[in-house]
Design a protein around this ligand. Sequence first.
Ligand code: FES
Length: 181
Amino acid sequence: MNDHTNQETQHHGEKPVRRREMSRRQFLSYTLGGAGAFMGAGMLVPMVRFAVDPVLQPKAQAEWVKVVEEAQVTNVPKSFKFQVHQVDGWYESNPELEAWIAKSQDGKIFALNPTCKHLGCTVNWNGSPQFKDQYYCPCHGAHYTIDGKALAVSPLPLDEYEVKIENGSVYVGQLGPNKRV
Ligand code: FES
């Protein structure tokens, strides 16, 4: 009997061929491990999605906010405060924003954001006697025309809100780059 085995293992002086067999313990461990990983992934994917979903959503267009009666707007810019509802991921807030609203020569109403495009201070209309009928930033002296065009220090014009008039009221919407200059 052993002759046969010896012939197999010592055939032509080669090394014996060893069959790789899986033990019962290994089989159970692989099977249970695989099933566990599958179930874990099934639970993890919805959880990750739940956590990051709001971040992946495209930013919603800002809602229109009623700011002032049209009749109150003149050729001289005036500051108006208004609140917006913001949703950023899971965080919701109602920050107060400001717009300088004026009527242009052709009678169209426009609204500028007073955040200085140099380093973010707040500009004021006629904020310096040196720069009459301009927006002026007290931080480093940037000044802008009535349309928000940068005249010094700042590399960019003031941002502009979308504006619409409805039933005699001025509404502001999305804030974006200045389209007037
Ligand atoms: S932040 Fe306005 S001039 Fe610098």
